[in-house]
Write a protein that binds this ligand. Sequence first.
Ligand SMILES: C[S@@+](CC[C@H](N)C(=O)[O-])C[C@H]1O[C@@H](n2cnc3c(N)ncnc32)[C@H](O)[C@@H]1O
Length: 369
Amino acid sequence: MAKTAPAAKPKAGRASALDPLIEKLNSFSADNYWDLGKFLVEKVIPTALKEGVFGEHILKRMSDVPGFKFPYHMLKQCQMFYSYYPDVEKRPLPEIFYFELATKVDETRERDRYEKMAINNKWTISDLQKKIREDELSKREDERTKFGFDLKERNVWSFDVPDPRFGKSGYRGRLPGQIVANALFYYTHPGATVLDPMAGSGTTGDVVGSIQHFSGCICKMYDVEPSDDRVGRANILLTGIPEQSNSIDYVFLDPPADFYPRGDDSDFSPTAAKAETMMKFKTIARESARTLKPGGRISVIVEASTGSFGVIDFPFEMTQVLKELGLSQIGKVYLPRRSEAVKLRSHVEGLKPMASDCRELLTFEKSKI
Ligand SMILES: C[S@@+](CC[C@H](N)C(=O)[O-])C[C@H]1O[C@@H](n2cnc3c(N)ncnc32)[C@H](O)[C@@H]1O
């Protein structure tokens, strides 16, 4: 028997032909997905269409009605279930198999293939779920290995552990090389000349040197304290970058933690500390922009400083600096930290400062003319 829930109260305002349908929907049992889908497809969506509301929007709108018991994603699943399998009763497998297929497998041909496998191999629903999950995982693995690294499709690049092929294990400040690989993928082109003037443990060189996709690129690395002989010695703040102007396609900047204000001395002045950090950022930005070819790009990893003084928004400040140098911003990616433990900070005069746990990778392009 259908479970009942308190009826949703249609929003105050103009009466709509949808109001009684919303109430009726609330009387469906949460187990009865197919019936609910049929009701949505045959009654609710056509009524909404007559009122000028298209399919997706009506589902979202209904799930926002106070007291309505089905979230949007569940309505969507029910709609898909009925749309793909209006004949579910005549099919050979139990209903739950078709619900699983309708909501987890996008392509009709694939759904048919799984259905056949389930029938032929006498699968339980767990067998089907396991197979779909395994196929999805191996598909993702394939996509990853097509380029030879963990390619991210969204703008949060979070990696649990650094890929051991890139950089030196134990090097303080070493970046997961997957970040560099993604940055090169998105912001460079085959054959690009890449520069890392604060190269640390040589992560950028390792990525360029070991991933086939970047094999045509040239990588130049410098550091104030070179970690191996691929890295030239240069202090970017004092002597600049020993590269010609207009010669580089892409600069990757990963400034050290000691560029940032520390804020733990008793005579700490946020204004002075911000000015000091900004002086360093301006120098590295100016030097990097100088080396870039027209149309070349710079990515910089930068993070807000937080403390009892409040927040200094260095990503914002750095963006201003690069824009003043005539570059335009073309990318912003979030880099959550995964490996470091967060230190709890003491609360001072009512402020409850949180430690920063997310850096940003900002990317800018030099004008093409
Ligand atoms: C965060 S680390 C870079 C880590 C690197 N991405 C990696 O994965 O190994 C920053 C580097 O900047 C270097 N550095 C600091 N000040 C510098 C300066 N003025 N000029 C050049 N390099 C500097 C440090 O020696 C350090 O290796």
